[in-house]
Design a protein around this ligand. Sequence first.
Ligand code: GRF
Length: 203
Amino acid sequence: MLHVGVLVSGRGSNLQALLDAQATPEFPARVVLVGCNRADAPAIGRAEAADVPVCLADRAAMPRRATRQAVLLQALQAAHVDMVVLAGYDEILDDAFVAAFKGRMVNTHPSLLPAFGATMHAVDEALAHGVKVTGCTVHLVTDDLDNGPIVAQRCVEVRDDDDVESLHARIRDAEHRLLPLVVRAFAENRVRIEGKRARVVAS
Ligand code: GRF
C-alpha cells in the first residue's frame, strides 16, 4: 500500500478525487496526511470527513514560507509518506523540500505543459490566447518550476462560449480522472523516469 501525502490550499476537489478512489478497496494507495497552508481552505473539511489527519501550516499564523515548509516537511516525513501530491498547492516549494521527495512528488497543473506553465493563471491565459485545445498535466516536481518530467496529460477542448469558470470546471474533471491513475501507477511501480522524460508502463 502506497502512503500518500497531499498538499492543498483551496477547494480540494483533486484531493477528493483521491479520497473517492481509495474508497475502492482495491485502490493500492492511501492518503495518510493532508498538508495545508490556508486555515480557510475547504479542502480541510474534505480531509476531516475522510478521517485523514491534517497538518495546517497557515500563512497567517506562520508568515515565513520557510517555517511553513519545514513544518509540512517534518509532518510528511513523520507520517512516512512514500509519495507527495501537490493538488492545488499555491506555493513554490524550496530546494530542501523538493530534494526530500525527488522522483516521488507530482503536481497537477491546469494546462498542457509546457504551455502556460509557471503561472497561477494558466486557464485564464489559455483562454486569452485563444487556444482551441488545452488540458491538464501531472508532472514530477523539480526545482525547475512546472518543468519537471511529464507523467501524464489529458486534453480538454476549448468551446467558443467558455469562460474561465466553465473551462476550468472541465479541466478539473479531467484532473479528477487522471490523478488517481497516476497515483495508482506509482503504487504499482509503473512510472519510469529517464532523464527529462517520464512514462507510465502497462501493468
Ligand atoms: C487545479 O485545477 C490544479 O491544477 C491547480 O489548482 C486547481 C486546484 O483545484 N493547480 P482543487 O483545489 O483541487 O479543487
